[in-house]
Design a protein around this ligand. Structure first.
Ligand code: AMP
Length: 198
């Protein structure tokens, strides 16, 4: 099963990805997680992308594409994967399609989690403030200003992918603002594995 999750920051891609990987036994590939790990480990790539990520911009296509190619060539991705946060630009989508074509593979579904961006902004800022008050971990890019930049990047560079995948008839859209369990049910139904997870 090869699935891509698309949606604005805070729409719940990570949460739904975890459900899907559990169901299908395939790895969860989050480019955000990969890049954060590189920043944490202070690798050459990590040092290059740290500032861009902190500002809410997108890191260069070539760098992310190379990381994804390397990751999906690993044995555990042979049966499929759930991609969360990639592709995020048309250039990434086209390169990824070329790669899959070369390998004789195809995406099964692209799931769009739709959500009103003002609601998301409020939700993430509130959640980050509450986590901070309770001494929990907060992503450095979960603040109001950076979130606005992340949403802007989504609208400018990622939203066009929705039409791209719709035109290829593999787009499934789900209302991401519903309770998590309802979103999960809708996602499974949308990809033709209808079953209640509530
Ligand atoms: P995420 O965890 O998916 O919200 O990603 C966090 C940050 O990592 C983003 O704001 C970008 O700076 C960077 N990033 C993650 N995935 C990509 C991608 N596919 N292309 C470019 N930048 C990315």
């Amino acid at each position: 099963m090869r699935i891509v999750l698309v949606g604005p920051p805070g729409a719940g891609k990570g949460t739904q990805a975890r459900r899907l990987v559990e169901e299908y036994g395939v790895p969860h590939l989050s480019t955000g997680d990969m890049l954060r790990a590189a920043v944490e480990a202070e690798t050459g790539i990590g040092r290059k992308v740290k500032e861009t990520m902190a500002n809410g911009g997108l890191v260069p296509d070539q760098l992310v594409i190379a990381a994804v190619i390397e990751r999906i060539s690993q044995a555990d991705a042979a049966r499929g994967f759930v991609l969360d946060g990639f592709p995020r630009t048309m250039a990434q989508a086209v390169s990824f399609d070329d790669l899959l074509d070369t390998e004789g593979l195809a995406l099964d579904h692209v799931v769009e989690l739709k959500a009103d961006q003002n609601v998301l902004l409020d939700r993430i800022v509130t959640r980050a403030r509450e986590a901070r008050e309770q001494g929990g971990a907060v992503r450095p890019d979960d603040n109001h200003e950076t979130l606005k930049a992340r949403i802007h990047a989504y609208n400018e560079q990622t939203a066009p992918l929705v039409d791209y995948y719709r035109s290829r008839n593999i787009l499934r859209s789900v209302d991401g603002l519903q309770p998590v369990e309802v979103v999960a049910s809708d996602v499974f139904r949308a990809i033709g594995q209808g079953r209640s997870v509530i």
